[in-house]
Write a protein that binds this ligand. Structure first.
Ligand code: GLN
Length: 263
């Protein structure tokens, strides 16, 4: 990976201000399984390789969250127990999160985090965790005797462009059913939201939910840059082009895995 050099900034009032992105890693200590922290690392690296100042702050249970404090939000996956530990606190933050998302602050929510940004998650013992309703979706765990949705997955994301795909790994018991939410994509291989309707993930404005672990972003650089682009637009109110990076290795990883899964 060779990286572009050169600083990126905004000329304002004759000054050259470096541009920055502030990333909130929600419940980093609880919601971070199957390498989901790697998504934060990718977003940080791809920003730094473009000389964009990026800061990452863990925002956990009991921490305050205020509108305008962050430009990008990430929440990872977690087992039912971790979801139970953070669900109440998520509701305390829901008002601020909804306001930020209404202003199109980008969010990436993976698996357990995705589930709780829907309306409800009924876990494998029938306990009901209320979500915050960013995604018009409900999730039901069919019980321990049901097959978990585990495996490598390829998803077609036509909304981004013809041929745009995501590759990742899923491991969830919950089955998610979308209401009016737009799916993140069509399952080309794997289970996706529920193993039945051929849909994976959800989109609500600039909020993206997915079951894809891996972590997701290293092998899907287009999606990482999409999130960075949205974060800059949210922060600065305009489209700031991202300098292209040399993604030969990332693209090779993507096509190799996709080819292996779709063979
Ligand atoms: N506990 C949830 C489920 O089993 C989410 C799991 C996860 O985040 N990987 O569906």
């Amino acid at each position: 990976m060779s990286c572009s050099s050169g600083s990126v900034g905004l000329a304002r009032n004759g000054r050259f201000d470096a541009i920055e992105i502030r990333l909130a890693f929600l419940y980093a200590d609880l919601m971070n399984i199957y390498g989901d922290r790697g998504n934060v690392i990718v977003l940080s690296r791809r920003a730094k390789w473009r000389a964009i100042d990026i800061s990452v702050q863990a925002v956990g249970v009991g921490d305050s969250l205020s509108v305008g404090a962050f430009d990008l939000i990430f929440i990872g996956g977690g087992q039912d127990r971790q979801q139970t530990l953070m669900a109440t606190d998520l509701h305390r933050k829901a008002g601020v999160l909804r306001r930020m998302m209404a202003d199109h602050c980008p969010v990436l929510a993976v698996c357990g985090g995705y589930q709780l940004l829907g309306h409800v998650y009924r876990d494998n013992e029938g306990h009901q965790l209320e979500g915050i309703g960013i995604f018009d979706a409900v999730t039901e765990h069919p019980g321990d005797r049901a097959l978990r949705c585990i495996g490598n997955t390829v998803v077609a994301c036509d909304w981004f462009g013809m041929g745009a795909t995501l590759v990742g790994f899923e491991n969830h018991g919950g089955r998610t059913y979308l209401g009016h939410a737009q799916p993140l994509g069509r399952v080309l291989s794997g289970f996706g939201n529920n193993g039945c309707d051929g849909l994976e993930g959800a989109i609500a404005g600039s909020a993206y939910g997915t079951y894809l672990h891996g972590p997701l972003l290293p092998k899907n650089p287009w999606f990482a840059d999409h999130l960075l682009h949205l974060a800059l637009r949210y922060r600065y109110g305009k489209d700031i082009p991202l300098q292209p990076l040399d993604d030969v290795l990332e693209e090779r990883a993507h096509t190799t895995i996709a080819g292996r899964i779709l063979r």
